[in-house]
Design a protein around this ligand. Structure first.
Ligand SMILES: [Zn+2]
Length: 329
């Protein structure tokens, strides 16, 4: 795999970042948990919650997530997430099953919203990740433009089978696209599904900007993985990226703090994660193993070849206002 085992630290904790045992193929949940653990805002919100209600503890995803995230910080036992995994098993995120990290990420956030007894807090948690957009759907029959407000918890970006930059992928997402035959829009004016084109207008950006690089492509009944290059920066200013589409947008700087990585083929893969700790250092977490990593190593996940590591999800945090000031030349 190109990574020497000797470079691993088998310490369960390195500067607050700790490994998680792989239980019944839990690498996908482990990688998502590592990125949730690095999302300190999430645990802060969960800590404010006083669980109440009828749901049994063992079935309560937000409660078990809170416990797992606390235990990852405070306890030395090798599997602080065991009960969380048990809990997810009740909701189709089962033991000994390969999962998709973006689907797991969505399932956990949706279960938090559904199960938290404090709905205000549940909304706050969802808002942490909510990218609000307005779909503009133009019916080619009656030429009416339908405005459909919606949101994404992770921005699903199309990857071209070429060399991509994250900035290009984001720009294409907000460009006008013709809807494929399989996803035709029902036009209420025409009273039928019609040929249409769609465009998203950005309404607001969240504190945590999660990006999903769509590296798995279905074609002719099977799924293959795209290993092509998608480079991404440490700091991204969305206002700069979308200047043409949204010229009035104020500075919107985000700083990368977690990268969920997929290795292997589409159907038989392994998930790991790079996380940036509060001291600005990068760490590589591969189930139980945690070691320091460099930014150059994180950049190796831009592209891959068969079986090698590629970035699959990127988590950016809105830069604080003082960072915006110091870094604006
Ligand atoms: Zn129409």
């Amino acid at each position: 795999m190109g990574l020497e085992m000797s470079r691993y630290s088998m310490d369960r904790r390195v500067l607050g970042i700790r490994g998680l045992l792989n239980f019944g193929l839990s690498c996908c949940v482990n990688a998502v948990l590592q990125s949730f653990s690095a999302t300190t805002e999430l645990l802060e919100l969960l800590k404010r919650w006083q669980p109440s209600g009828r749901l049994e503890e063992k079935l309560n995803v937000p409660l078990q997530l809170k416990k797992a995230l606390c235990a990852m910080r405070e306890q030395l036992e090798p599997a602080p997430h065991r009960r969380f995994l048990d809990c997810l098993h009740h909701y189709q995120i089962c033991w000994y099953t390969a999962h998709d990290a973006d689907e797991v990420f969505h399932s956990i956030l949706n279960l938090i919203e559904k199960q938290m007894s404090d709905q205000d807090l549940a909304t706050e948690i969802k808002n942490l990740f909510k990218i609000k957009v307005e779909g503009h759907i133009l019916c080619s029959e009656c030429t009416y433009t339908h405005h459909v407000p919606t949101y994404f918890l992770s921005l699903p970006l199309h990857v071209r089978e070429d060399t991509n930059t994250l900035e290009d992928c984001i720009r294409s997402f907000f460009e006008c696209q013709k809807l494929e035959d399989g996803e035709l829009f029902y036009c209420e004016r025409c009273g039928e599904k019609t040929q249409s084109s769609q465009m998203f207008k950005l309404v607001s950006l969240p504190s945590i900007l999660c990006i999903h690089l769509k590296r798995f492509r279905n074609s002719e009944g099977y799924t293959r993985k795209l290993y092509c290059e998608v480079s991404f920066p440490k700091i991204i200013n969305i206002a700069e990226v979308l200047h043409k589409e949204h010229p009035e947008m104020p500075e919107n700087r985000y700083s990368l703090y977690a990268v969920i990585v997929h290795s292997g083929k589409a159907m038989f893969g392994h998930y790991t994660a790079y996380v940036c700790s509060l001291d600005g250092k990068w760490y590589y977490t591969n189930d139980s193993c945690v070691r320091e990593a460099s930014w150059e190593e994180v950049q190796q996940t831009y592209r891959g070849h068969l079986g090698s590591y590629t970035a699959y999800m990127l988590l950016y945090r809105r830069a604080s206002s003082d960072i915006v000031q110091t870094s604006s030349e």
